[in-house]
Design a protein around this ligand. Sequence first.
Ligand code: SF4
Length: 75
Amino acid sequence: MSRIAKGRTVTCEECYFGRNLLCALALDEACATFRPDTPEGLRPPRQMHFVFRQERRRQAAWAFPTAQEQAALHA
Ligand code: SF4
């Protein structure tokens, strides 16, 4: 199984939705819906994890992940 290096820029050509003609977006770059296309197909996203109070003070409680963060999550 190939892994996507953290911080590497991903493209729509690597996206499950793009490769399977399931994407209706006409964007110049990968979006937050990016999911890597794997031999097993589409894998469900990981469960969200708890953010404890001390950590939460320093960062927003939740934000849409970037395409690169999605790729790293599913790598
Ligand atoms: S990354 Fe977003 S825009 Fe690109 S193919 Fe996937 S779903 Fe479509």
